[in-house]
Ligand binder design. Structure first.
Ligand SMILES: Nc1nc2c(ncn2[C@@H]2O[C@H](COP(=O)(O)OP(=O)(O)O)[C@@H](O)[C@H]2O)c(=O)[nH]1
Ligand SMILES: [Mg+2]
Length: 220
């Protein structure tokens, strides 16, 4: 099994997270780095989707990954083994989200020379939405088994995201998931968000998601 670096993050010293996040976002922009904050509940398919996305984009961009969790280095090892890109594990010391200061600590450990960095936030639809990490792109993932009403129950994470991915579409035949209603629920919270439904398992519609990222990265 591959070894990955694990960093224990210390609680942020900054009182004004929003100001710190704005500073970080503009620093990243000035260095032509795109940081993508990936949020979802546990098990909705963040790591699986990242592996598929990274393998599609790694010839074009220098990619790094920060995997945030309360414990274990499982996701960072999975990403390193399945993609070969630079991957580190961040431990939050029990906290259920990352803030901008913690994200900055992770970025310092990840190192230079990257132009696309994915941050897999702690699995949780509530807390990560309340703390701006300073990312340039916020992405929320909602999987088919979770149900199409989640944008109504957890509105903030959908309001704060640039893109909402509906994952595990291969499972649609087994769940009462109304795709049109889900899209409508997301649009009601955030009319500006792109909504893309995919299956990372079968590859269904992954091309649309990959193209979305290529366009976003070209806009930098
Ligand atoms: N059927 C199906 N299962 C998936 C898909 N993506 C992920 N999974 C499964 O869902 C579980 C959780 O996936 P994981 O990527 O670890 O989710 P995370 O906790 O959000 O990072 C694993 O058993 C995956 O194999 C998908 O597109 N379709
Ligand atoms: Mg994961």
């Amino acid at each position: 099994m591959q070894k990955v670096k694990t960093i224990l993050l210390s609680k942020s010293v900054f009182e004004d997270n929003d100001a710190q996040a704005e500073r970080l976002r503009s620093d990243l922009h000035n260095h032509n780095i795109c940081l993508v904050n990936v949020m979802s509940s546990p098990g909705s398919g963040k790591t699986t989707l990242l592996v598929a996305l990274i393998n599609a984009l790694k010839q074009s961009y220098n990619i790094g990954v920060m995997e945030a969790d309360i414990d274990s280095d499982r996701d960072a090892v999975t990403v390193a083994e399945k993609t070969g890109v630079r991957s580190i594990q961040l431990h939050t010391g029990g906290m259920c989200h990352l803030d901008a200061g913690m994200t900055e600590q992770g970025l310092a450990e990840l190192g230079d020379g990257l132009d696309l960095i994915f941050l897999e936030n702690v699995g949780n639809l509530v807390c990560p939405a309340e703390y701006d990490t300073g990312a340039n792109v916020n992405m929320v993932i909602l999987s088919v088994p979770e149900g199409n009403d989640k944008p109504l129950k957890y509105p903030l994470v959908f309001e704060n995201s640039d893109i909402a991915v509906i994952s595990k579409t291969d499972a649609l035949p087994y769940f009462d998931f109304d795709m049109d209603e889900c899209r409508e629920n997301i649009r009601a919270r955030n009319p500006d968000a792109s909504v893309i439904a995919v299956s990372a398992k079968t590859g269904d519609n992954m091309d649309e998601l990959i193209s979305w990222f290529r366009r976003k990265l070209n806009e930098r």
